[in-house]
Design a protein around this ligand. Sequence first.
Ligand SMILES: Nc1nc2c(c(=O)[nH]1)N[C@H]1C(S)=C(S)[C@@H](COP(=O)(O)OP(=O)(O)OC[C@H]3O[C@@H](n4cnc5c(N)ncnc54)[C@H](O)[C@@H]3O)O[C@H]1N2
Ligand code: MOO
Length: 398
Amino acid sequence: MNHFISVSEAKKIIETQIFRTEKVTLSILEAQGSYTSEPIFATLDVPSFDNSAMDGYGFRFDDLADFSELNVTEIIPAGISKIDFVLNRGEAVRIFTGAKIPDGVDTVIMQEKTTRIVDRIQFNDDEISKGENIRLKGSQTKVGTKIIEENTLVNHAVIGFLAGFGIEKIGVYKKLNIGLLYTGNELVEIGKPLLDGEIYNSNTYTLQSALSEINHQFSFVYHVEDTEEATFSAIKNGLETVDILLITGGISVGDYDYVKPALEKIGVSELFYKIRQKPGKPLYFGKLEEKFVFALPGNPASVFSCYHQYVKPFLLGCFGRKEFDEEQDFAISESFAKKKNKDQTQFLKAFYTKGKVLILNAQESYKMDSVAQANCLVEFPEGATEINIGEKVKIWKV
Ligand SMILES: Nc1nc2c(c(=O)[nH]1)N[C@H]1C(S)=C(S)[C@@H](COP(=O)(O)OP(=O)(O)OC[C@H]3O[C@@H](n4cnc5c(N)ncnc54)[C@H](O)[C@@H]3O)O[C@H]1N2
Ligand code: MOO
């Protein structure tokens, strides 16, 4: 089957194949970078007691009408609960930020707005309102409220928020088990000298670090020799231990491109092969039982582009992200671009800032300098042959 499909058809196919990984319970710190597998509810009122927002003095607001100064009778630091305390008329308490408001106190004034004379205070501010500087129990969250939706990314803000309720563990989706095979006899590991005709393997570095950015890692990375047998057995063995197998190189039509025939021989069902796009034309996506294979074209910029457009959304979808393709945005093009093939979508390395986007030079799929400079991909859509300066374009942040 050598039928080229469109970018949107390919994305539809990927979206329909998204499955959710198992649900697991992790400590809030271990869950960082994961997505919640169930909603989370408040286990407490927060704040759990009325407390002072300032270092100052607490008093009964109505006393202001009858007293020009108040007697300071108690000191209430944070962490202390005054149970046996009674605030009499004309009295105030010395209180500090975060300390529990004792019975009888309904207003706190910050100390800068008072004058202290031995054990009495006078007020320098005549614009005091009842209840000021008191953070009421449950004023952030009432116990039982849904505080986090299912499919929420657990980031540092969420973790800090949950810690405020004393929540230790939460339900999230389990990380995927991912393996990587990279093919090509010309590839040499960094640290070793290059012989004529050889190049350094960079694709595994791109993918390994991209995965760590989404809280995943490879369970193995193997270099596969360009032979039919080596390719067959590496894919067969690899598929036995992972949920997702990523392969780079060897997926085109050359005499040494063994990935596609090996996948067929193993019985992997092709979901698509070849997309009307640049870079990344010979991208392959297939399935064997509950396992998935992406065979990415070997060119380094194709790997980068295909990862962002297809692999990452699929992985995050399985990991619990709700929105497929959520990272798209629009910006005004600052540069002109042209393409001959109207039926093809291009993903152009570009740099956006303040709503404007500059399409970079060096778009060929063997060039990584533009990848390193880019902070987005501009979608040059099917049907269009030009992007003009000032035009609105869809960008994908990378
Ligand atoms: N006759 C045709 N030839 C090619 C076509 C075509 O349609 N007809 N398509 C071209 C396009 S487009 C692409 S993309 C490539 C994809 O080829 P493969 O997936 O088979 O990849 P390789 O040939 O193995 O490698 C391509 C290129 O990338 C370099 N490479 C591979 N792996 C790595 C790595 N780990 N790190 C860095 N660089 C890597 C490799 O040396 C090649 O230069 O096919 C075109 N040909
Ligand atoms: O489609 Mo290929 O990835 O242009 O080089």
